[in-house]
Design a binder for this molecule. Structure first.
Ligand SMILES: NC(=O)c1ccc[n+]([C@@H]2O[C@H](COP(=O)([O-])OP(=O)(O)OC[C@H]3O[C@@H](n4cnc5c(N)ncnc54)[C@H](OP(=O)(O)O)[C@@H]3O)[C@@H](O)[C@H]2O)c1
Length: 264
């Protein structure tokens, strides 16, 4: 790694200019003009697993990685999670670090990002940790399949967007976030089912990926794109724009390449 430099965290980083000519090009943003920029952040093992087969919360990354997740969250106007990740990890989606909140205020953002939850069925338990803190608005995108007792309980804590369709239209959700809530950047924190759905619809622009020094094995432990045996409808091309090594972990940043639109 001849062109690598030591970074502030004592690791090694390779900047975007060292990672090939493609990375220098200004990203084509025409495809996202009506929706926010979406950056997903994940940690995976060396063999590509994001959790174990029983989907229980598993702590396999360093403090640096946890800080990395908070830093990515702090950059966004909204943080987005799927219902299963919310339920299993019972996350508040806050920002414990005062310096990250202060930097947001200096940039003209609210101290905490808006918190956004996606669920088709809508059976979200209002006793989860996220609903016990009112640091920022909570917005739930779901469908009219949400049972009335859940609607009633969740309306006390969150704004509900319930669509008539069987499934949430993710592109429409992003448009609403942009137009109604003025969200320009979304930090998607998974899980893999939601990430795959966004990816398949061409709705992810950046992937922040930490590779942690473990292997879990097992066909029933999900990878970054979940457990589906189906191939993605088309392979997704990722351009590596940054790489940082801190301790035993590698922090990668990819720009997701969107196929050019064909105009009829
Ligand atoms: N290593 C990492 O970086 C990382 C990051 C995040 C999560 N995880 C792990 O991943 C596991 C959870 O993964 P997962 O794939 O089961 O969960 P997920 O993507 O968080 O959530 C799946 C659920 O979200 C809702 N959902 C997903 N796609 C949707 C869509 N297109 N439209 C509407 N709703 C949608 C559905 O909720 P309903 O069932 O309510 O309809 C679905 O069942 C957990 O173990 C968590 O710890 C790991």
């Amino acid at each position: 790694m001849r062109s690598a430099k030591r970074n502030n965290a004592g690791g090694i980083s390779v900047s975007r200019s060292k990672l090939g000519r493609g990375a220098r090009r200004r990203p084509d943003r025409s495809h996202i003009s009506r929706r926010p920029f979406v950056a997903a952040t994940f940690a995976m093992t060396v063999d590509g697993k994001v959790t174990t087969r029983n989907f229980s919360p598993v702590d396999f990354t360093s403090r640096e990685d946890k800080l990395h997740l908070f830093r990515q969250r702090a950059l966004a106007d909204a943080v987005l999670v799927g219902h299963s990740t919310l339920k299993r990890d019972n996350v508040r989606l806050g920002l414990p670090q005062a310096d990250l909140r202060e930097a947001r205020i200096e940039r003209g953002q609210m101290p905490y990002p808006i918190r956004v939850i996606v669920s088709n069925e809508g059976k979200i338990d209002n006793r989860l940790n996220i609903f016990q803190s009112d640091i920022s608005p909570i917005i739930i995108f779901s469908t009219r399949r949400m049972p009335p007792q859940y609607r009633q309980a969740l309306r006390q804590k969150a704004t509900l967007h319930l669509s008539k369709a069987e499934h949430v239209d993710l592109a429409a959700m992003l448009r609403i976030l942009r137009e109604k809530y003025k969200v320009r950047t979304v930090a998607c924190e998974g899980g893999p089912t939601l990430f795959r759905a966004l990816l398949e619809r061409g709705l992810v622009d950046q992937l922040n990926l930490t590779v942690a020094p473990y292997m879990f094995g097992g066909a029933n432990a999900p990878t970054l794109t979940g457990l589906s045996k189906e191939f993605l409808s088309a392979s997704v091309h990722c351009g590596l724009i940054d790489m940082r090594v801190v301790g035993q972990e590698c922090f990668l940043t990819y720009r997701i390449k969107h196929p050019r639109r064909r105009w009829k």
